[in-house]
Design a protein around this ligand. Structure first.
Ligand code: ZN
Length: 105
């Protein structure tokens, strides 16, 4: 199911490079991305979220990979807004952070 969401997210963003998703406990955040390895690491808590919230996290992390920046720059947000326009991204992000009490990254 996570793999399906990932493929769907890659399709929408038009991101064609290989991406691996790993689940492992993270201390400071709920997700992390490695530019070197093309890896998205998710904290296990993410698996308890609603599908739309998980999908948002994948889009968010893929947007970092696609924009090639770990910052929330304008090129990063341009990618996210292809899928979650306007205030939608912020709304979902707030919901996720309230549920998990941790940052997104
Ligand atoms: Zn981020």
């Amino acid at each position: 199911m996570l793999e399906d969401l990932l493929e769907h997210a890659k399709d929408i963003l038009g991101y064609q490079r290989p991406v691996k998703v790993r689940i492992r406990p993270l201390k400071m955040s709920i997700a992390r991305v490695s530019f070197k390895y093309g890896t998205i690491t998710l904290d296990p808590a993410v698996l308890n979220l609603e599908e739309e919230e998980m999908f948002y996290i994948l889009i968010h992390e893929l947007a970092h990979l696609k924009a090639e920046t770990s910052y929330h720059s304008s090129s990063f947000w341009r990618e996210v807004e292809k899928v979650f326009p306007g205030e939608r991204a912020k709304e979902i992000e707030d919901r996720i952070m309230t549920k998990l009490q941790r940052n997104m990254v």
